[in-house]
Design a protein around this ligand. Structure first.
Ligand code: HBI
Ligand code: FE
Length: 291
């Protein structure tokens, strides 16, 4: 995200032309593997009944619970056999065009590092737990896999048209913070939620945030926050429909969006399909930084 602080402007020492670095799996310490195990076990107590079936199925298919940080040489053949995606390591946030080029070629860039034991709950830069546990299970779904490739290709185009802020909101409110309707009820599938113990509960159960039916143009106009729980979550009815809407030509949409105003994060609009009209009490209290 260009909103974040530590974005390098050229591949750092040791990184390839495409910004990838070796995972160097053998170099993770026992403490680092233990951090993965702790985070994994904690999410597995929270996610059944909260995460979308497709996420839990994907997690199962990848078999990431064999102990410690996954070795990409073991994980990638399983993922590749399912949808043709692979995961590569990058040194942190990479420039937008590098990120999009990987996605457009069905490579998901993952942070190589894992958070420190004293940062289990909150960090702004994506680490390997967020990237692999959060994102990769969804990449086992064929429709989601196509959606992400389309997003990468669309990103290259949006950047050239000056529409990246709009497209980034689509990513934010689906890939990172999306909810979906499952047979059992509302479920989470966004990587930013499923990799967070606190937001997994907040996003579904707290009365504070709005929960609104997904509408492509509405989402692309809605501001978001990167520093705290979201004030609005958007609910898709299926990945298949999300993919279908994303595969249409965005040209006419961008033409309309050029003149459209942005929508505040806490707005509920006349045409919204409202699942929850939130109290916004959490944000009003000052959120994460409240006493
Ligand atoms: N780099 N490693 C990494 N991970 C991301 O999620 C990421 C990035 N660079 C740019 C970026 N995301 C965003 O620009 C897009 O989602 C819009
Ligand atoms: Fe992410």
């Amino acid at each position: 995200m260009s909103d974040f602080e530590h974005v390098f402007d050229k591949p750092p020492e040791g990184a390839a032309e495409d910004w990838t670095i070796p995972q160097n799996w053998g170099a993770y310490t026992p403490v680092e593997h233990e951090t993965w195990n702790t985070l994994y076990a904690r999410q597995m107590r929270i996610l059944p009944g909260r995460a979308a079936d497709v996420f839990l199925k994907g997690l199962d298919a990848l078999d990431l619970n064999t102990g410690g940080i996954p070795d990409f040489e073991v994980m990638n053949p399983k993922l590749q056999a399912l949808t043709g995606w692979t995961v590569v390591c990058v040194p942190g946030l990479v420039p937008d065009e590098v990120f999009f080029d990987h996605l457009a070629n069905r490579r998901f860039p993952s942070g190589q590092f894992i958070r420190k034991p004293d940062q289990l709950d909150y960090l702004q830069e994506p680490d390997i737990f967020h990237d692999v546990f959060g994102h990769v299970p969804m990449l086992t779904d064929p429709d989601f896999a196509d959606y992400m490739e389309a997003y990468g290709k669309g990103g290259q185009r949006a950047a050239s048209l000056g529409m990246l802020p709009n497209l980034a909101r689509l990513y934010w409110y689906t890939v990172e913070f999306g909810l979906m309707q499952d047979p059992g009820g509302l479920r989470i599938y966004g990587a930013g939620i499923v990799s967070s113990a606190t937001e997994s509960v907040f996003s579904l159960e707290d009365p504070s945030p709005n929960r609104i039916g997904f509408d492509l143009e509405r989402v692309m106009r809605t501001l978001y926050r990167i520093d705290d729980f979201q004030q609005v979550y958007f609910v898709i009815d299926s990945i298949e429909r999300l993919k279908r809407e994303t595969l249409q030509d965005f040209g006419p949409i961008y033409a309309r969006l050029k003149d459209a105003e942005t929508i505040p994060i806490d707005a509920v609009l006349e045409h919204d399909e409202v699942f929850t009209h939130g109290t916004q009490a959490y944000a009003a209290r000052g959120g994460r930084f409240a006493a």
